[in-house]
Design a protein around this ligand. Structure first.
Ligand SMILES: *[C@@H]1O[C@H](CO)[C@@H](O)[C@H](O)[C@H]1NC(C)=O
Ligand SMILES: *[C@@H]1O[C@H](CO)[C@@H](O)[C@H](O)[C@H]1NC(C)=O
Ligand SMILES: *[C@@H]1O[C@H](CO)[C@@H](O)[C@H](O)[C@H]1NC(C)=O
Ligand SMILES: *[C@@H]1O[C@H](CO)[C@@H](O)[C@H](O)[C@H]1NC(C)=O
Ligand SMILES: *[C@@H]1O[C@H](CO)[C@@H](O)[C@H](O)[C@H]1NC(C)=O
Ligand SMILES: *[C@@H]1O[C@H](CO)[C@@H](O)[C@H](O)[C@H]1NC(C)=O
Ligand SMILES: *[C@@H]1O[C@H](CO)[C@@H](O)[C@H](O)[C@H]1NC(C)=O
Ligand SMILES: *[C@@H]1O[C@H](CO)[C@@H](O)[C@H](O)[C@H]1NC(C)=O
Ligand SMILES: *[C@@H]1O[C@H](CO)[C@@H](O)[C@H](O)[C@H]1NC(C)=O
Length: 729
C-alpha cells in the first residue's frame, strides 16, 4: 500500500516537474543557457572571434553527456558533445563579413533541451577585389577573359565586371573568384574593373572596386564591300548588278570564319562566304537600301547603299468623259501617264491597254477607248507598259445611269376646291437625282429635285374651279436632254358644300294632323353628301342618310300636334365642311275632318239661331231683321278671310256699320243709318264689342291659325246676330 503510494507520487512528480529526474544518480536540471560573442558583437575583418556558450546545469553526482549545437541564422554550424561543465567555445578565427549573422546555442542532455537567445555578430570590412585579364590587346571579334578574385572572402559572392564603369556582366558563385569571357563593345581603349558583394540574407555587403586594367580592341582588318552597277542614273527597267565582297588587309589575321549577306530592305537577296552577287531589274517603287553584311564571330560589319531609280513613266490615270453617262450612251475612257522619261523612251513606246481585255470599248488612239456604256456597273483598269515595266491605274467604276421614265401625276389625298392639296409626280425608274417640274398649261410652276429613293416630289396647289385640275402636268428629268412629260392630272375635285336649304312639303300653312310631312334637304357641292335632319333642341339627328344626290328628304308620317317644332338640316361631304340650313318652324294644324265637324256643328247652331231669330223678329221688327238677314246673306262664311280682317283691324275708327256691311251692302246700310237712330245708337255701342271681336278674331287667328280659322270667323259673326236683337229689346 505504502509502496504503491510512493510510486504514484513519484510518477506524478515527474509528470509535473519533468526536468528533475527522480533517479538520484541521474537527476539534473538545465537552469539556463547563454550565448556570448567575444571580443564583441561588432568586430572588424580578421578579428579572432569566439562564440561562447554557457549552460547552468544543476545535477547530482553522475556524469552527464552534454550535446551543444551552434546555429547561425537558424542553420546548424557547429556541434560538440562534452562531459564537463565547461563552456562550449566556437572559434571564428580571422572573422569575415560572411560570419555576420544571428547565433544561437542549444544544449541537449539526455533528450532534454534548452536554447539560448540569439546574439548577432556583425563583421565589417571586405578585402579589395583583384582583376586579372589574359590579354591587354584583343581583336574586334575576340572575347576578353577576365578573372576577379575576392581575397580571403567566404560565403556566397556576387561578382560584377565593368567596362568603362558600365556593368557588363554579373554572376553568383560560392567561391571567392570568378573567371568570365565577354566581348567588348567597340573598337578602342577600354578600362575594365570588377567588384563583388557578399550575400548575407537578407542583405548583401558590397566591396570596393578592383584595380582597373586597360584593354585595347583592335579593329577587324576586313570589311564588306558593296558595288552596284550601273553607277550612273538608274531608270526603271534597268538591269542592276549588285556585288557584295570582303576586303582583307594585308597583315590581317582573321581567326573566325566569315559570312556575307546581301539584302534589299528586309528582303534577303543572297548569302555566301566570300562573295555574293545578285542581278535584278530596277523598279521605282521598291523601297529600302541595299545592304552588304559581314558577320565574323560576334562582329557584324555593314555597308549600305541607296539606289535612286528614276521613273520611266508615271502610274497612268484612267478618266471617263462625259463625267456621268447613261445606259447605252457613248463614253470615252482615257488612259494617260502624266510623266515619262523622254530621254529614255519615245512616247510611242509607251503602250496602253484596257482591262479586262474583253471590254467592249474600242481603242481610238493610244490610250483612248470609246464605246457605248453598258447597262450595268463595270470596273475598268488600264495598264501602261514600256521596257518591260507595267503600271496599273486605279480601278474606274462606271455606273451607267438609268434615264427617267414617263412620270405619273396624281393627287395625294383629296382635291378640295379652294383648299390647298398636294400633287405627286413620280417616275418608276430613273437614276437620282431627278428633277420634277410641275406644269400648268405648259407653263413651268416649280421644280423639285429628288435625290433619294424615298423622297417624293410633292407640289401644293389650290384651284378655284374644278376643271382647272386637268391643266396640271409634270415633267421629269435626270439629264440635260429630253424630259418626259406626264399625262394631264385627272382627279375628282371635291366641291365644298354651300347653300343647304330645308324645304317643307306640304306648304307650311297647310300642314295638318294625319298628313305626311316631307323635310327636303338640298345643297350644292360634290356628292356623296351626308344629310342630317335635326329638330331644334335635340342633340341627335332625327335621321341621317348619305346619298350621291344633291338633295334628299326625310318623311314624317301621320303627323300629330307633337310634331310641331323647328327643324333644320345639315349636309356634309368629303370636303368635311358642315353646312346647316335655315330653321323652319312647322305647325301641325287640326285635321280637316275635325274642322269640318266643328264647322258643321257651328253652322247648324247658327242656322238654328238664325231661324229662331228670324221667327222671333218677324213678329216684332221686320226692318231690323231684314237688315240682319241681309248682312248674313251678303257674308257667307267662305268670304271671310285674313285680308279682310287685317283691313278691318287697320281701320279701327271705321264705324261698325261699315264693318258689318261690306261694299255690296252699302245700299242696305244707308237706309239703316237714316231710318232709325235707335238702331244706329245701338250699333254704335257695339264697337266695344266689335273691337273686342276683331281683336279676339286676330289673336285667335295667330294662335289657332291652323286650327279652326273658319270657326273663329264664324263665331263672332254668329254672335252678332245674336247680340243684335238684345239691344233692340
Ligand atoms: C559596429 O562598429 C561600427 C564601426 O566600427 C559602427 O559603425 C557600427 O554602428 C557598429 N554596429 C553596432 C551594432 O554596434
Ligand atoms: C589570431 O590568432 C592567431 C593564431 O590562431 C594569431 O596568430 C593571430 O595573431 C591572432 N590575431 C589577433 C588579431 O589576435
Ligand atoms: C548561472 O548563470 C548565471 C548567468 O546567467 C550566473 O549569474 C550564475 O552564477 C550561474 N549559476 C551557477 C550556479 O553557476
Ligand atoms: C600591320 O598591322 C599593324 C597593326 O596590327 C599595323 O599597325 C600595320 O600598319 C600593318 N601593316 C601593314 C603593312 O598594313
Ligand atoms: C555572279 O558573278 C559571276 C561572275 O562574277 C557571274 O558569272 C554570275 O552570273 C553572277 N551571278 C549573279 C547571280 O549575278
Ligand atoms: C468593282 O470593284 C470593286 C472593288 O474594287 C468591287 O467591290 C465591285 O464589286 C466591282 N464592281 C463590279 C461591277 O465588278
Ligand atoms: C435640277 O435642278 C437643279 C436646281 O434646280 C439644277 O441645278 C440641275 O441642273 C437640274 N438637273 C437637271 C438634270 O436638270
Ligand atoms: C304656300 O302658302 C303661301 C301663303 O301662305 C303662298 O304664298 C305660297 O305660294 C304657298 N306655296 C306653295 C308651294 O303652295
Ligand atoms: C342638283 O343636281 C342636279 C343634277 O343632278 C343639278 O341639275 C342641280 O342644279 C343640282 N342642284 C344644286 C342645288 O346643286
Amino acid at each position: 500500500m505504502g509502496l504503491l503510494l510512493l510510486l504514484t507520487s513519484s510518477l506524478l512528480f515527474s509528470y509535473f516537474y519533468p526536468g528533475i529526474v527522480v533517479d538520484a544518480q541521474r537527476s539534473f536540471t538545465i537552469q539556463n543557457i547563454v550565448l556570448s560573442i567575444e571580443p564583441s558583437t561588432n568586430v572588424t575583418r580578421d578579428t579572432n572571434v569566439t562564440v561562447r556558450c554557457k549552460a547552468n546545469v544543476s545535477s547530482g553526482t553522475g556524469v552527464l553527456s552534454r550535446e551543444y549545437t551552434i546555429y547561425k541564422d537558424s542553420k546548424k554550424v557547429y556541434t560538440k558533445t562534452s562531459s564537463t561543465s565547461e563552456d562550449l567555445l566556437y572559434p571564428l578565427p580571422g572573422a569575415r563579413v560572411s560570419n555576420t549573422g544571428k547565433y544561437k546555442c542549444k544544449i541537449n542532455i539526455e533528450g532534454k533541451e534548452k536554447t539560448s537567445e540569439a546574439t548577432k555578430l556583425t563583421v565589417t570590412g571586405l578585402s579589395k577585389p583583384v582583376l586579372h585579364i589574359n590579354n591587354g590587346v584583343v581583336n574586334e571579334e575576340e572575347e576578353v577573359t577576365a578573372r576577379c578574385t575576392a581575397p580571403g572572402e567566404t560565403g556566397s559572392i556576387y561578382f560584377y565586371f565593368y567596362e568603362d564603369s558600365k556593368e557588363i556582366r554579373d554572376n553568383l558563385v560560392n567561391s571567392n573568384q570568378l573567371e568570365a569571357k565577354f566581348p567588348l563593345s567597340s573598337i578602342g581603349i577600354h578600362k575594365l574593373s570588377c567588384n563583388y558583394a557578399v550575400l548575407i540574407m537578407p542583405d548583401s555587403f558590397k566591396s570596393e572596386k578592383s584595380n582597373s586594367i586597360t584593354v585595347s580592341v583592335k579593329e577587324l582588318s576586313i570589311t564588306p564591300v558593296l558595288e552596284i552597277l550601273p553607277q550612273s542614273k538608274v531608270y526603271e527597267g534597268d538591269q542592276l548588278s549588285i556585288l557584295c565582297t570582303i576586303r582583307t588587309f594585308l597583315n590581317s589575321s582573321v581567326s573566325s570564319p566569315a559570312d556575307l549577306y546581301l539584302s534589299h530592305g528586309i528582303k534577303l537577296l543572297s548569302s555566301g562566304k566570300t562573295k555574293v552577287n545578285h542581278s535584278m531589274v530596277a523598279l521605282a517603287q521598291d523601297p529600302g537600301d541595299f545592304e552588304c553584311r559581314l558577320e565574323i564571330g560576334n562582329v557584324a560589319k555593314v555597308t549600305k547603299k541607296m539606289v535612286t531609280v528614276t521613273e520611266l513613266f508615271s502610274v497612268p490615270t484612267l478618266t471617263m468623259s462625259p463625267a456621268e453617262v447613261f445606259q447605252k450612251d457613248y463614253m470615252t475612257l482615257t488612259c494617260r501617264s502624266e510623266n515619262y522619261a523622254s530621254e529614255r523612251i519615245p512616247m510611242e513606246e509607251l503602250s496602253y491597254t484596257l482591262e479586262p481585255p474583253d471590254s467592249h470599248l474600242t481603242p481610238m488612239k493610244p490610250g483612248v477607248f470609246s464605246g457605248r456604256a453598258l447597262q450595268y456597273d463595270f470596273n475598268y483598269t488600264c495598264v501602261a507598259q514600256a521596257k518591260g515595266i507595267m503600271k496599273h491605274s486605279d480601278t474606274l467604276t462606271v455606273y451607267p445611269k438609268v434615264s427617267v421614265s414617263i412620270p405619273k401625276i396624281s393627287v395625294v389625298g383629296k382635291a378640295v376646291l379652294g383648299q390647298p392639296f398636294n400633287i405627286l409626280c413620280q417616275s418608276d425608274t430613273g437614276s437620282f437625282p431627278i428633277n420634277y417640274t410641275l406644269l400648268w398649261d405648259y407653263d413651268k410652276l416649280s421644280t423639285t429635285t429628288v435625290k433619294l429613293p424615298l423622297q417624293e416630289a410633292l407640289f401644293t396647289v389650290t384651284i378655284s374651279r374644278p376643271e382647272e385640275i386637268n391643266k396640271y402636268m409634270c415633267e421629269a428629268t435626270n439629264k440635260h436632254r429630253e424630259a418626259p412629260l406626264s399625262k394631264r392630272l385627272n382627279a375628282a375635285v371635291i366641291v365644298p358644300l354651300t347653300d343647304t336649304t330645308l324645304t317643307v312639303l306640304p306648304n307650311l300653312t297647310e300642314i295638318s294632323e294625319g298628313d305626311d310631312l316631307y323635310l327636303i334637304c338640298g345643297t350644292k357641292g360634290s356628292p356623296p353628301v351626308t344629310f342630317k335632319w335635326y329638330r331644334d333642341g335635340d342633340k341627335q339627328p332625327l335621321f341621317t342618310t348619305t346619298t350621291n344626290k344633291n338633295n334628299t328628304h326625310h318623311q314624317v308620317s301621320q303627323l300629330s300636334k307633337e310634331h310641331s317644332g323647328t327643324y333644320y338640316c345639315e349636309a356634309v361631304n368629303q370636303a368635311n365642311n358642315v353646312v346647316r340650313s335655315e330653321k323652319v318652324t312647322v305647325e301641325v294644324r287640326m285635321a280637316l275632318w275635325k274642322k269640318a265637324v266643328i264647322g258643321g256643328v257651328g253652322l247648324v247652331v247658327v242656322s238654328l239661331l238664325v231661324l229662331a231669330c228670324v221667327l222671333y223678329c218677324k213678329s216684332k221688327r221686320v226692318r231690323v231683321v231684314r237688315a240682319a238677314v241681309s248682312v248674313w246673306s251678303e257674308r257667307p262664311p267662305e268670304a271671310a278671310n285674313d285680308e279682310e280682317s287685317s283691313v278691318l283691324s287697320s281701320e279701327p275708327d271705321v264705324e261698325y256699320t261699315e264693318v258689318v256691311h261690306p261694299q255690296p251692302v252699302d245700299t242696305v246700310r244707308v237706309p239703316l243709318r237714316k231710318g232709325t237712330d235707335t238702331v244706329y245708337s245701338e250699333l254704335k255701342n257695339l264697337p266695344h264689342g266689335a273691337a273686342d271681336h276683331h281683336d279676339y278674331g286676330s289673336v285667335e287667328y295667330a294662335e289657332l291659325n291652323g286650327d279652326r280659322p273658319e270657326i273663329s270667323h264664324h263665331l263672332p259673326e254668329a254672335n252678332n246676330p245674336q247680340d243684335l236683337p238684345v239691344p233692340v229689346d
